[in-house]
Design a protein around this ligand. Sequence first.
Ligand SMILES: NC(=O)c1ccc[n+]([C@@H]2O[C@H](COP(=O)([O-])OP(=O)(O)OC[C@H]3O[C@@H](n4cnc5c(N)ncnc54)[C@H](O)[C@@H]3O)[C@@H](O)[C@H]2O)c1
Length: 403
Amino acid sequence: MRVLVLGGDGFCGWPTSLYLSDRGHDITIIDNLSRRKIDIDLEVESLTPIRPISERLAAWGEVSGREIGFVNLDLATEYDRLVGVLEGIRPEAVVHFAEQRAAPYSMRTTHTKRYTVDNNVRATHNLLTALSATGIDASLVHLGTMGVYGYGWSGSAPIPEGYLTVKVPTPDGEIEREILHPANPGSVYHMTKTLDQLMFSFYAKNDGLRITDLHQGIVWGTQTPQTARDERLINRFDYDGDYGTVLNRFLMQAAVGHPLTVHGTGGQTRAFIHIRDTVRCIEIAVTHPPKDASRVRILNQITESHRVLDLAKMVADVMGADIAYLPNPRREADENDLQVRNDQFLALGLEPTTLSEGLLEEGKQVAARYAGRADPTKIVCRSVWKAGMETASDLITKLPAQA
Ligand SMILES: NC(=O)c1ccc[n+]([C@@H]2O[C@H](COP(=O)([O-])OP(=O)(O)OC[C@H]3O[C@@H](n4cnc5c(N)ncnc54)[C@H](O)[C@@H]3O)[C@@H](O)[C@H]2O)c1
C-alpha cells in the first residue's frame, strides 16, 4: 500500500516507517522535525545517538534496498503544501503520529500549553479538511492515548474500546444510546487528544472519512528488528523529565546508577505496550480499514497494565537499583485501578509482547551502551501541573564512575 506516515521521524513513527517499508509498503514520511528542535530548546538529547533524517533514510536504503520518501512540512501551518503532497502521492492510508506528545512539556509554561493546542488541534484539523477537500479515499489511522479516558473514573470496570452504551431517561421511558466514552483529560496534551476525537467523530459522520483512532498505552522499549539493523537507524530514547516515559526512564536510571524516580506512592496504574507491538498494531490497523465510514473505529492499543511501584520494584530487583519517592508534579489520584479491553487487536491477530526479564535486560543494555551521553540534571521532572507545586532537587549531578 502507499502509506503516508505523519511524524515519521519520531519515537513511534520511525520504527513504524521502517517496519511498513520492510513489509513491502511504499512509505513517505512527513515531519517538520519539531521534536528535534524541542530537544535543543530543552538542552537535552535522546540517550541514543539518533542520526539526521537524511542519514537515517540513506542508511535504510543501503541496508534494505528500499526507498522511503521524506517531506519536511508543518501540518499545523502549511495546509496548501499538505494538499499538494496528498494529491501527488494519493496515499491509500495515512498514519498520523505528528503531534506534541509529552504531557509534562504541555504543562511546562503558558507558551508550551498554547503551542501544544495550536500544533495538535490545527495539524489534525488540517489533515481532515485536506482529505475531505481532495476526496482522497485514504483510511486514516491516528495515534491517540489511553489518557483520554482519564484514570479511575469507572472504578474497577474495564475501560471499553472508545464507546459506552448509556440509558437516556425520556418521558416515554429509557432509550439506549452509544456515546464516546466521557473525556477526562489529565493534561493539556491529553486535552488535545480528546479534541481530536470530536473532530474525527464529525468528519466521519459528515464526510464519511474512514478513521481508526488508536488509544495507545505508554510505549516502552527502543529497538525493533529494523532499527537494530544498523546503528545509523537507531531509535530515539527519551529519558528526561518532560519526554521520558516511565518504564524507559526506570531502565535508563538503573543503567546509569540513578535511583528510580517514583512520583508519590507509585500507586498509579497505567497501560503499556512494547514498541515492537506498536508497529505491528499500526500495520494491522492500516491493512484492516474500518468497514463503516460513518463511525470512527476506536481500538485500545495496549498489551498489559501495571502499577508504577510494581514496575519500579521489578526493575530494582532485576537490575539492582534504589527507589526514590519524589513529590508528584502532576495533579492525579495517588492510586487507581485500571483494566482495559483490547479485544479488537487480539481478534485481528496481535500476539502481545509482554514484560519479561529478557526485554528489560535488552532495554538496560541499550541504556548502558549510551549511558555516557546522559545528563543527570535532566532526569528529575520539573514541569508541574500548577504553579507552586513542589519538585525534587537533582538526586545526582554526576554519573557514578561505573556507569
Ligand atoms: N510515546 C508514547 O508512549 C505514546 C503513548 C501514547 C500515544 N502516543 C502518541 O503517538 C504519537 C507519536 O508519539 P511519539 O512518542 O513517537 O512522539 P515524537 O514526539 O517522538 O514524534 C512525533 C513526531 O511528529 C512530528 N511533528 C509534531 N508536530 C508536527 C507538525 N505540526 N508537522 C509535522 N510534524 C510534526 C515531530 O517532529 C516528531 O518527529 C503521538 O501522537 C503521541 O501522542 C505516544
